[in-house]
Design a protein around this ligand. Structure first.
Ligand SMILES: [Zn+2]
Length: 416
């Protein structure tokens, strides 16, 4: 399967376009005939499925919303019979109707293959000791890494989430070389390691695959420096099959390469749904071309990004490049007419060495709280004013004042 993954990475633009067109035509018909939801939705939108001939025709198709998936609970959007399902994962919040993503055997193989593309780019091999810290359970994180790590016969340490002291102990005692985690977790690990008297820079760890939450370039610098290791951004959306499926970071760090033979990505204006120009920020819409149990057509992800390039990248990869995910549309904050994402503030804080922070928004006010010196507060105030154009209340706190998380970290708190 490694050969298959390598071949997928190296596809030429021409090969990608051929596969993409063929798969789009197939998946539209497949969804129409197999899913009562899509048949109804396409009919309502007056879509003639035979008129979908090329990737450009995708705009003729209606969008799929997260609410559609909720309404379809448990398996209302599924295109296969229950006997063909081998597992489910879950997406979405902790409240309300769960969003269930079913997988056939072929879907699990697809997940594995896409994750293996990431491993190939990062140079992860059977000689690596891979510690998997995202949870194993209904959330997809743990399993996504596990399937590929197991398939390449690496030394897998499936710790799952939590128990940070044990994570540090295993990293040291087993000589972990690859850490898979949410983006905010490594700095928590570093903090606990320090308390334990373990120097993380001296550990054999040399690669990290981080995702599940937006993180700025400045935060990356801090993580890489803290561990003396390379940190890769791994995107992934449960609705598209889970962590590692849609693409992987460009080794030259030009953005994320989207596996266009498996997914079509569009960037649209979240208000109008119209495609925005390349380079312009908008909401990412995904179409899964190669999934069997529940392919999704023009799915509104809520993720914010922009097309960087559709041309061959300097790294040799010919799959399109988008910006690293900046945030989700629901994380956007509008304050005094200025729109921004928590990651914009993180970039400023992290450039002064801040690792732990929280943004509180509500009642017409914004407060930025961080652990660090009073002196930093003045600089942060000046930078936010200059780059974002407003002045929040800024509060410097002593080390350890903010709550620590072992998975995703709550950076934005709405206090209405
Ligand atoms: Zn590249």
């Amino acid at each position: 399967m490694i050969e298959l993954a390598e071949k997928g990475i190296r596809l030429s633009k021409k090969e990608i376009d051929t596969i993409k067109t063929k798969r789009l035509r197939t998946v539209v018909k497949y969804a129409f005939w197999r899913s009562p939801f899509y048949r109804k939705r396409f009919k309502e939108a007056g879509v003639d499925i035979d008129s979908i001939k090329s990737a450009e025709d995708i705009v003729k198709l209606p969008l799929t919303l997260k609410q559609d998936l909720r309404d379809a609970y448990p398996l209302g959007m599924c295109c296969v019979s229950k006997e063909d399902i081998v597992r489910v994962q879950m997406s979405g919040g902790t409240t309300g109707q769960p969003v269930i993503i079913p997988y056939t055997r072929k879907d699990v193989e697809q997940w594995k293959e896409m994750m293996m593309r990431a491993f190939c780019i990062a140079g992860i091999t059977s000689n690596d000791v891979i510690q998997i810290t995202p949870a194993f359970g209904l959330w997809n994180g743990g399993f996504g890494f596990h399937f590929a790590a197991d398939a390449i016969n690496a030394f897998v340490i499936p710790t799952g989430a939590g128990n940070t002291r044990n994570q540090v102990r295993f990293m040291r005692d087993f000589g972990t070389t690859v850490l898979c985690a949410t983006a905010s977790y490594p700095l928590r690990i570093a903090e606990v390691a320090e308390e334990m008297g373990v120097d993380v820079r001296a550990l054999p760890l040399n690669k990290m695959l981080l995702g599940a939450e937006p993180w700025s370039e400045e935060m990356r610098k801090q993580i890489e420096e803290a561990f003396d290791a390379i940190a890769y951004d791994i995107p992934g959306l449960t609705e598209m099959g889970g962590v590692g499926t849609v693409g992987f970071e460009c080794p030259m760090r030009h953005g994320l390469h989207i596996w266009e033979d498996n997914y079509i990505v569009e960037v649209v204006d979240p208000e109008t749904g119209e495609t925005v120009d390349d380079g312009e920020e908008g909401e990412v819409i995904y179409t899964s071309l190669n999934r069997e149990a529940m392919p999704l057509i023009r799915y509104r992800s809520g993720e914010v990004s922009a097309v960087v390039s559709r041309e061959r990248c300097e790294c040799g990869i010919e799959h399109m490049t988008i910006k690293r995910i900046k945030g989700r549309t629901d994380d956007m904050v509008i304050y005094k007419g200025v729109k921004f994402y928590p990651s914009d503030i993180e970039a400023i804080l992290a450039s002064y060495g801040v690792r732990h922070y929280r943004i509180e928004v509500g009642n017409g006010k914004i407060a930025v709280k961080f652990e660090g010196d009073e002196g930093i507060a003045e600089k942060v105030d000046k930078d936010i004013k200059e780059f974002l154009g407003f002045r929040p209340k800024i509060e410097a706190l002593s080390h350890g004042s903010l709550e620590r998380f072992e998975g995703k970290t709550k950076r934005l708190v709405r206090v209405d």
